[in-house]
Design a binder for this molecule. Sequence first.
Ligand SMILES: NC(=O)C1=CN([C@@H]2O[C@H](COP(=O)(O)OP(=O)(O)OC[C@H]3O[C@@H](n4cnc5c(N)ncnc54)[C@H](OP(=O)(O)O)[C@@H]3O)[C@@H](O)[C@H]2O)C=CC1
Ligand SMILES: O=C(CO)COP(=O)(O)O
Length: 332
Amino acid sequence: MKNITVLGAGAWGTAFGQVLADAGNTVTMWAIEPEIVTDIHEHHRNSYRLPSVEQLPANMDATGDRAQAVANAEIIVVAIAAQFARVALAEFKDLIPSTALVVSLMKGIERATGKRMDQVVRESLNLPEERFVAISGPNLSKQVADRQPAATVVGCADIANARIVAQACETKYFKPFVTTDVIGLEMCGSLKNVVALAVGMARGAGYGENTAAMIETRGLAELTALGKAAGADPKTFAGLAGVGDLVATCGSPLSRNYTFGANLGKGLSVEEATKASNGVAEGVPTTDAVVALGRQLGVPTPLASAMSDVLGKGISCADMLGELFGGDITEE
Ligand SMILES: NC(=O)C1=CN([C@@H]2O[C@H](COP(=O)(O)OP(=O)(O)OC[C@H]3O[C@@H](n4cnc5c(N)ncnc54)[C@H](OP(=O)(O)O)[C@@H]3O)[C@@H](O)[C@H]2O)C=CC1
Ligand SMILES: O=C(CO)COP(=O)(O)O
């Protein structure tokens, strides 16, 4: 049993904190919002970000003090909106214990730099490769918080450290697998959000299963090609973090990315969909980063490019799908 600190008490940070507490660890949540800290510390609730849970476990507490949050942590989990990870982690750089493993739950690419979260976290904390761990899989936070059976993938360049983190988050309802393919996990988690935006948009516009399946399958091909070019193991894309997370995210109104897309499909503007969003839709800032990464790696990204035109130029769902079709007949 370990001392584990979670930075960021959003929906997934809190739900994963509960998993860690259920696994028997002592869990400290750190949040930037004082009212969230008070809610967890005094009422064992996070009514702001995870209202469906009435009572968080007793071995889960919260603090707003950065030094106190991480002083005794053996594992530090980062669950902050991806675009803010670098600025938030800078404050922890000189505070984290030199032996602690640092785990990222984030699924996004930094728009300003085109960097994956493994790169952002390691740069921000000056962290060696073997102490960075990524977790990614089909893990809609509300369902995990309801303790419905789910599985995930824990990745680290040092498989022994992946196993340590996997052991720390294994419960009767939460099953972790391990891998060394950190890049694959990062690419799957980030890119499936862009696909979920497109599927949500098509569903919101009233299209059915054939259209959704087309976008998901072509999206999987796109994220596999880009991931391979970035150095990922192609097998990862067929696993829980790839196909698994695409199925969960593209099929559920619980997904913020799917819902954001659905609202666009129903005719809301990007601003209106942003206002209506219940938490961060990482696919929105990640879309342009994927297009840029595709250019840099020489990999075509028709789906991300079409979604970029939706978000930046306001093209319609029909035009977005038209861009996906392209003009030429090609091999699948
Ligand atoms: N929800 C889910 O089902 C899943 C989410 N993920 C990923 O996990 C990550 C977090 O998601 P989730 O918890 O659901 O998102 P939420 O939108 O619920 O929460 C985002 C978190 O980021 C914090 N944050 C934002 N800006 C800053 C900042 N400048 N400094 C410190 N903290 C900041 C927020 O703090 P505050 O509350 O104070 O604003 C909040 O804790 C995302 O990358 C997401 O893709 C992965 C798997 C499942
Ligand atoms: O990553 C997720 C499920 O695995 C959650 O997706 P959203 O961020 O779209 O809610």
